[in-house]
Design a protein around this ligand. Sequence first.
Ligand code: ATP
Length: 357
Amino acid sequence: MTHLTLQAVTRRFGAAHAVDSVDLNVPDGKLVCFLGPSGCGKTTLLRMIAGLETPTSGNIHFADRDITRVPANRRDFGMVFQSLALFPHLTVAENVAYPLRLRKTDKAAQGRRVAELLELIQLPHMANRPVTQLSGGQRQRVAIARAIASQPKLLLLDEPLSALDAKLREAMQVEIRLLQQRLGITTIMVTHDQREAMTMADEIVVMEKGRIAQVGKPLDIYRDPVSEFVADFIGLGNILPVTYDGAGGVSLPGGRRIAVAQAARVPESGSDIRLLIRPEDVCVKAASDTAGPNRLTGTVTFIRDVGASLEATIDCAGFTLTAATTPRETPGLALGMPVLAELPPHACKLIAARAAH
Ligand code: ATP
């Protein structure tokens, strides 16, 4: 059963559409990320689900009930914002207990629940500490414990990790994901960080200018983006303007023809076409290797050592390619070296070009 359903949800501010006719089903128990560049409408969409913003038109249903105009405090959803909004004058335990006090839960039950939650976030020893004396990550956990204290059916997180440094942020991504899976709580998280969305989400909703550009599992979106915008936003990619020849091949900038997979989905005629190939799919071979239809000659112009792998930039006369490789796969790779870059047909995706502005 799908619990949260959005139908043609729109929010205008004056003439501008912050969110434009969004249809979406959020499956039960999943973690869904709203992902997109600044200003694409992620927060406005989340705030409408939370009840903090009213749609200009459209409907929001939760558990078969129309909640479009139900005020936030009557939706019983848990929320964590970027600012966390903890009460600085209260202790850890008092912050976590706050929603239970509001609901007038009896004192003994409050105590039990708070103890359970502090155990869950691994801070039982800090119950009586003022929240102002916690680290960023600890504060983050308290905010989450408070948001789930009254067992909400839906947890809404608006860029909750953006104030943390990179290492702590990654640790918290894992913690939130584990907690969410353990509790089985349906969660929507807003982020503009594609890596965060890729590693945490069951489903990603990619947004562009108030609309949904694509919805899907992280890997499906990465492997099979529907547009240049999505391809560019999710992960690193080589995106080249090409012409489709109608017979399983494309001409690259500079005129060379390569084959694409038989099953390649070709965007409708009339649209500008781009070829997408991910760096890990570009195979770098020695220049002395046998030539082949999808093997392009080039020169290594830049090498970036990113620890476990190497990123090589290859100038192919007319365009450049980024290839991800390892010293084991391509021993002796060096600047200025002539190479063959192989683009396997099955890894070449054709997508429609981004609309011109
Ligand atoms: P960010 O990642 O920067 O937070 P976002 O994707 O969350 O961006 P929103 O905050 O939802 O984007 O904003 C979407 C658009 O709506 C933006 O153009 C923004 O300027 C506009 N907008 C949002 N809130 C208001 C408001 N209260 N009044 C007028 N315009 C608004």
